[in-house]
Design a protein around this ligand. Structure first.
Ligand SMILES: *Cc1c(COP(=O)(O)O)cnc(C)c1O
Length: 407
């Protein structure tokens, strides 16, 4: 395999220069925390000193801080196939799920079940369980079934189907258009979690008639640690959808300070409290790297990177390493997951050798690929390092068994 040739032919190769990346590091964790776009530090300096420091409270109007959740939302919209006015940037995925699931139950009178898939991301499950505990069994029941049983489970009592497009463990990709269509045939609303999709997998929220979606700011959107998340609500639901975290920023006129809550007309009613301007400004600046690139271009390179990686791992014939991710590029996101009984120690040994990956219990090593800054040569280095660690059993060093709070 001529990796150098692939890098030369790569039409996105220059985008790497838009990021700060430590020399000598192969960073394969952009699916967990995207790398730092150079424009972010500069923007933060400007927002902190120039706006907060100099213009203080007048910045809410002068620099339009107040509309940042909608403005950043509209920029994200163009990456996930949504028209303007349907996405706000706010809070976390967890909180946004709570708001949207509550709204979905409210829109679906006579239906009380939230349906999901076993093995979905834990916070998605926990939030649904929390809502069930709050509302009680007559109003909300959470059910998770194996992926193969989802069709059958779309009964008359199901209000909303909540799924994640790209599975965080094995990187497999759901057919979002087909599942949404099928759920709608049964009168079920669909809420998609785009945590591992936004910015790297083509998504057409409007065209596929998705009802609701959430997504992450700090993964492939590179918004920084704990960046605000986003939520999508299709226009057709705006009038009737209500959410329980009805804070003042979702009020139609927050600065009238009315005694009664009246929701804002659009998706803005899904805002709760004051937006975190620093985090949102960082995400806004990070989105500049998408200017002039299509999601199709990103998807094309992402698929080539993961394909290249899978083939190189195959050629290395490493013992006891199991590929969990689908071999067919159409059926996976932008990560490759390998299982091994000593997966944790191997992941730590890779990190010690400057190949940054992460580990998901009980035995999964995840390799995430960002088409913006990963090179084909990163694939070569990662697989050579992996082979060296395994063939020489370097991972058996006891220092690689120390588990920290974040894996
Ligand atoms: C990363 C991730 C989240 C993160 O949720 P937060 O509440 O924003 O921390 C949620 N769901 C999925 C599927 C994820 O991958």
């Amino acid at each position: 395999m001529n990796y150098e040739k692939l890098d030369i032919a790569d039409e996105l190769s220059e985008r790497r220069d838009l990021f700060e990346l430590p020399a000598g590091m192969v960073y394969l964790d952009g699916n967990s925390l995207g790398a730092l776009p150079r424009a972010v530090a500069e923007r933060l300096e400007h927002v902190v000193r120039g706006q907060w420091g100099h213009d203080l409270i007048t910045s809410w109007n002068r620099h339009d801080w107040i509309n940042l959740p909608q403005r950043v939302g509209d920029r994200i919209a163009s990456l996930v196939g949504a028209g303007p006015g349907q996405i706000v940037c706010a809070d976390t995925i967890s909180t946004n799920l709570f708001k949207l699931l509550s709204a979905a139950l409210g829109l679906q009178e006579g239906r009380r079940v939230i349906l999901s898939q076993e093995g979905n991301f834990p916070t998605d499950m926990y939030m649904a369980e929390g809502l069930q505990a709050l509302l009680g069994p007559e109003h909300c029941e959470f059910r998770a079934v194996p992926a193969s049983d989802l069709s059958e489970a779309l009964g008359k009592d199901v209000a909303v189907l909540m799924l994640t497009q790209v599975n965080f463990r094995d990187g497999s990709l759901h057919d979002m258009a087909a599942i949404t269509r099928e759920a709608h045939r049964h009168g079920v609303l669909v809420l998609w979690d785009l945590a591992h999709s936004a910015g790297v997998v083509p998504v057409e929220l409007d065209r596929w008639k998705v009802d609701m979606a959430v997504g992450c700011g700090y993964k492939f959107l590179n918004g920084g640690p704990g960046a605000p998340a986003f939520l999508y609500l299709a226009q057709r639901h705006h009038e009737h959808a209500r959410q329980p975290l009805c804070g003042w920023m979702g009020h139609r006129r927050p600065f009238d300070f009315e005694a009664a809550y009246h929701p804002a007309p659009g998706v803005q009613r899904f805002l709760a409290g004051t937006p975190g301007i620093l985090g949102m400004a960082a995400l806004d600046a990070a989105l500049d790297v998408f200017d002039g690139v299509s999601i199709q271009q990103l998807r094309h390179k992402s698929s080539a990177l993961t394909q290249c990686f899978i083939e190189a791992v195959d050629r290395s014939a490493l013992p006891a390493l199991e590929l969990l991710t689908p071999r067919h590029a159409e059926r996976r996101g932008s990560q490759v997951s390998l299982a091994h009984p000593d997966g944790f120690a191997i992941s730590q040994a890779l990190i010690a050798h400057n190949v940054i990956v992460d580990f998901r219990a009980p035995n999964i090593i995840r390799f995430g690929f960002s088409p913006f800054y990963n090179r084909f040569d990163d694939v070569r280095i990662a697989v050579e390092t992996l082979a060296d660690i395994m063939n020489r059993e370097r991972y058996k060093d006891p220092r690689f068994l120390r588990m920290q709070k974040v894996t």
